[in-house]
Design a protein around this ligand. Structure first.
Ligand code: AMP
Ligand code: MG
Length: 334
């Protein structure tokens, strides 16, 4: 059931569902989340079931007030304090040593827990009215495309969710950045809506992107295929594109690219079906449109989707990460 998040009574209804151990899909500034009471293990298990998500993939906890962190984290490292001050509320998830109050189901038995405070007002009000901490992954089926509006959630999960709160389009359209600053080195575990450059500027030091190893406890929940459409998706940079064109016909493919500049280059190379994320080359606009555009292309008549690599900095790096993880078949035939 989709309810208008602008009506206060609907936030109360949704909070009631959370308190009773149900599932609520709600807008955040990153993507839509699928929430349950983090202190109700049965409710948390429903999240995994609804998504078809394996239990070894840990969940992010969402808070609305910094004092809630006391119940969740053992300690708050100094660098985390700096990042909290700058980026919370907002799309940055921080890893802490977990307190005993947190169920192993949430953390996939890790000794750490991932936490963020969203900036979206519907999300903040829902957490506040529920009077708890909300565990919430993205509101899509496991490995699927993240939803950035209420009807995409409905399409993904439908009746598996008790209430879907409709708060319009997600502002960023990309998941939160996940950072671990417990040690000497600052590790980015997942690229996201806050760029590495922003974190580096705040901490005045370089961050490292943690090398992802599948099935490793060091990088939980990082699966080879993620954020993927049902159609074949091929991710290519400029060099790969040239080789690809030598071996493949592109008549049944559509190509998704960053800006007008890339579009011109691609048309010169024979592409007729070109979809541009941001004419003027704004990363923010491209990020905001990426998942919903991919979802539309997945419903189109094209046989496959080619994603053309963006410039590899700022949010371009995050979008490239999402495109790469969504490519199932490498550079197979189009
Ligand atoms: P989602 O909410 O669907 O965007 O996925 C949450 C992701 O957060 C998981 O897939 C993990 O990659 C990451 N995560 C959650 N908890 C932890 C943790 N304790 N340590 C490292 N990564 C985590
Ligand atoms: Mg997800």
């Amino acid at each position: 059931m989709i309810l208008d998040a602008n009506k206060k009574e609907n936030i109360f209804k949704a909070a009631d569902v959370i308190r009773r151990g149900g599932l609520v899909a709600f807008p955040t500034e990153t993507v839509y989340g699928l929430g349950a009471d983090a202190f109700n293990e049965q409710a948390v298990l429903k999240i995994f079931k609804a998504k078809g998500r394996p239990l070894e993939d840990p969940l992010i906890l969402h808070i609305c007030d910094i004092t809630q962190l006391d119940r969740i984290a053992e300690e708050v490292p100094e660098k985390a304090r700096i990042l909290i001050k700058k980026f919370w509320p907002g799309p940055l998830t921080i890893i802490f040593n977990k307190s005993k109050n947190i169920s192993d189901k949430i953390t996939a038995s890790l000794k750490t827990v991932a936490v963020r405070m969203p900036s979206n007002n519907v999300a903040l009000n829902l957490i506040k009215e529920s009077n708890t901490v909300i565990a919430a992954p993205s509101a899509n089926k496991f490995q699927g495309i993240s939803p950035t509006n209420a009807s995409d959630v409905e399409e993904e999960l439908g009746a598996k969710v008790d209430i879907i709160l409709d708060g319009g389009m997600s502002e960023y359209g990309l998941e939160s950045t996940i950072v671990d600053c417990r040690g000497d080195e600052v590790l980015v575990l997942r690229l996201g809506a806050i760029s590495n450059e922003q974190i580096e500027q705040e901490l005045q030091e370089k961050v490292s992107l943690k090398v992802v190893s599948i099935d490793s406890k060091a990088a939980p929940g990082m699966y080879e295929l993620h954020y993927a459409p049902k159609k074949e998706l091929i991710f290519l940079d400029e060099r790969q594109l040239v080789n690809f064109l030598k071996q493949n016909s592109i008549t049944e493919a559509v190509i998704l690219c960053f800006s007008k500049q890339e579009e011109e280059f691609l048309r010169k190379n024979g592409f007729k079906e070109v979809v541009v994320l941001s004419q003027e080359g704004s990363y923010k606009e491209a990020a905001n449109k990426y998942f919903s555009t991919l979802r539309d292309l997945d419903k189109s008549n094209f046989k496959s989707i080619i994603c053309y690599k963006l410039p590899d900095n700022g949010l371009g790096r995050t979008i490239n990460d999402r495109m790469k993880k969504a490519s199932h078949h490498g550079s197979g035939k189009v």
